[in-house]
Design a protein around this ligand. Structure first.
Ligand code: HSE
Length: 418
């Protein structure tokens, strides 16, 4: 790149994030950035710039040697992978916000950077404006972490806030989150906790050096939530939040899951509302830290893209420093959690009790109907996850995931053998 010329950027995608980034760059001419080409998919769509500003062939940007770097902010993960991997094969510098693509292809993308010398940064892919990828990758590059957990999805958090503060209907609150530009094109990715699961998988690579297989991480969402659940939580002085967590287990392994969780005011995440996200980092030596910020929206996410573009200009690369010491993943077997389970149909709920190995005494009744509480094997939640989702069963955890307690006799027998 010529020293005093602006950095020439090819922008692929001009939706909420692309427009947010464009607008931020326009407002700051002193940054010496120039978005010289923009690629979009659909001709004829109403856009805030004249049609001649766009090309409809992203491959033209890949073939353009005058572009200093590429910003990819489309929502099609398959096409994003094709474009980003092709750019990395050319040794280019790329910023992406595509969490679904990253969660599925991170090992290959890291390999392509090593092989061809390009660079990929993706702060905008996780928790919008919160600088959590770089914090984990750079600042905590060599500090053991006990846990990294938080609210990683703005849309579902917005819906939960609207339902609990205003008593809004789920569908109305979701429509608002969509209208405000927080939700994915397919909002079931937000409400079903697939989106925060992708973000947890990305953070695992930086916080622990682990490349988790995204489809093997348990994610339970809020599609089945009802006013009864929010009322029950409130009666305990708690709120329901969708919490994504990476936790070191006592034996040294790493577990990961994303589920609704009941939280009291003692939790830093209790006060994280609307589209805000929050991340709690529990570090071995630094202690606990909490980051909070807007997790979705054009300007907050565009701001993270800008941070990556400026970092690419000065040569930053992620370190992935914990790769050599990555712990094993233990995702479902040998783990349990305290669960709260509700479904409006008592017959369905009784059936769910058997799936989750909950005894009949786990069943309770309140003014809104029946629900169950008790220790549930994570393996059973995993085995029945599709049925739970399709039936609209609402499941939340109360507290952290833990190894299944070994019966006292069994522990003694093992100890004697040793
Ligand atoms: N749909 C995502 C969310 C956008 O609601 O958090 C930001 O990744």
């Amino acid at each position: 790149m010529r020293e005093n010329n602006p950095l020439r950027i090819g922008l692929i995608g001009f939706g909420c994030v692309g427009q947010g980034f464009y607008n931020i760059v326009e407002q700051q001419p002193g940054l010496n950035l120039a978005i010289t080409r923009i690629a979009v998919k659909t001709p004829g769509k109403a856009r805030p710039l004249p049609a001649e500003c766009f090309t409809y062939h992203a491959d033209e940007l890949l073939a353009d040697p005058d572009l200093d770097l590429l910003v990819e902010v489309i929502d099609d993960a398959t096409e994003a992978f094709r474009l980003v991997s092709a750019a990395l094969r050319q040794g280019r510098r790329v910023a992406t916000a595509n969490k679904a693509m990253l969660a599925r292809h991170l090992p290959e993308l890291v390999q392509l950077q090593a092989e061809f010398g390009g660079t990929l940064l993706y702060e905008a892919a996780v928790c919008g404006s919160i600088p959590v990828v770089r914090t984990l990758d750079q600042y905590f590059s060599h500090e053991p972490l006990r846990a990294v957990s938080g609210i990683f999805n703005g849309s579902s958090n917005y819906v939960l806030t609207r339902m609990s503060e205003e008593g809004s209907d789920y569908a109305v609150a979701l429509a608002e989150a969509q209208a405000l530009g927080f939700a994915e094109t397919d909002p079931s990715l937000d409400m079903g906790a697939f989106d925060p699961r992708s973000k947890a998988v990305i953070l695992a690579a930086h916080a622990y050096g682990v490349f988790l297989a995204v489809d093997e991480v348990l994610n339970l969402g809020i599609e089945g939530i009802a006013a009864a659940d929010i009322a029950w939580a409130a009666a305990q002085g708690q709120k329901i939040k969708v919490v994504a967590g990476l936790y070191r287990l006592p034996g040294g392994g790493l577990t990961a899951l994303v589920t609704p969780q009941l939280l009291g005011p003692e939790s830093a995440l209790y006060g994280v509302e609307r589209e805000f996200n929050g991340v709690v980092i529990e570090a071995e030596f630094a202690g606990t830290q909490f980051l909070q910020g807007r997790g979705a929206g054009g300007h907050p996410t565009g701001s993270a893209v800008l941070a990556d573009v400026l970092a690419l200009r000065r040569g930053l690369r992620y370190a992935y420093a914990k790769r050599p010491t990555a712990p094993d993943a233990q995702l479902t077997h040998g783990l349990e959690l305290e669960a709260y389970v509700r479904h409006p149909d008592a017959g369905v709920l009784r059936e769910v009790l058997t799936w989750l190995e909950l005894p009949p005494e786990a069943l309770h009744t309140d003014a809104h109907g029946s629900f169950a509480t008790g220790a549930v094997p994570v393996q059973q939640l995993w085995a029945w996850r599709q049925e739970l989702r399709s039936l609209g069963v609402f499941v939340a955890r109360q507290g952290e995931v833990r190894p299944v307690a070994v019966p006292a006799g069994a522990a003694l027998a093992t100890a004697e053998l040793v």
